[in-house]
Design a protein around this ligand. Structure first.
Ligand code: AP5
Ligand code: MG
Length: 217
């Protein structure tokens, strides 16, 4: 049996930061739908062009293309032990799709850590976030700065600020989260999969709470 973890929570709460750490510690693959879209944008594919037209407005990319993209990723060889899903599912249709995808191969989601923090913290985090151009490694100008300004510690590539981290777009993303993604909280709670994690703690402390939740699942 493989292990599938869905990291649920609003923009900026630390899903990507924690998924990167957990993937290293557990050997599970880190699948970030946002990173997959940003990769397609960088490569100027048709999917990238379509995704960009939604992402820069802070809106969700349509379910059909998002589901197809994840389906193409989740059964690759590096996902043999399972995966940490970061930013997917984000709508009830996507949640049904991932369940069906996994059930078809006799698997299911094992646990859904739901990470929370107040909106003002999310906005502060996103306005100070710097992302690595090559591989999406995540920094914060104050909370988690790189050793050398503007350069990724891990691969030496340039750090940039995401186009959708402008305050107005962040506010839109938070509204979209409330309207389209937050209904998943009740669904996963009803299925007994949800574990609430306080995201407004130091990064290492959030990781400890996540590891404890995974052990119990
Ligand atoms: P996506 O890339 O998934 O963005 P998001 O969900 O809005 O989440 P973020 O990546 O902004 O935040 P995060 O929780 O990963 O936080 P992070 O670890 O970086 O999606 C972008 C867009 O793509 C969407 O708007 C949509 O258009 C499209 N898309 C993606 N998936 C989709 C889907 N399934 N369906 C449809 N469309 C989709 O941390 C944030 C900052 O805080 C960093 O600077 C970090 O260093 C810092 N930080 C993290 N943890 C802490 C801590 N504990 N203490 C202090 N600072 C911290
Ligand atoms: Mg992220």
């Amino acid at each position: 049996m493989a292990t599938y973890i869905v990291l649920l929570g609003p923009p900026g709460v630390g899903k990507g930061t924690q998924a990167e750490i957990l993937a290293k510690q557990t050997g599970l693959a880190h699948i970030s739908s946002g990173d997959l879209f940003r990769e397609s944008i960088k490569n100027q594919t048709e999917l990238g062009k379509l995704a960009q037209s939604y992402m820069h407005k802070g809106e969700l990319v349509p379910d059909d293309v998002t589901i197809a993209m994840v389906k193409d990723r989740i059964f690759r060889p590096d996902c043999k032990l399972g995966a940490i899903l970061d930013g997917f599912p984000r709508t009830p249709v996507q949640a049904d799709a991932i369940r069906a995808m996994l059930n078809e191969v006799g698997e299911d989601i094992n646990v859904v850590p739901f990470i929370t923090a107040p909106d003002e913290i999310l906005i502060e985090r996103l306005s100070g976030r710097w992302t690595c151009r090559a591989n999406g490694h995540i920094y914060h100008s104050v909370n988690n700065p790189p050793k050398k300004e503007g350069i990724c510690d891990i691969d030496g590539s340039e750090l940039y600020q995401r186009d959708d981290d402008k305050v107005e777009t962040v506010k839109k993303r938070l509204r979209v989260y409330m309207e389209q993604t937050s209904p998943l909280i009740a669904c996963y709670r009803d299925r007994g999969l949800l574990v609430e994690i306080k995201g407004d703690q130091a990064i290492f402390k959030v990781t400890e709470d996540l590891i404890a939740a995974l052990k119990k699942s």
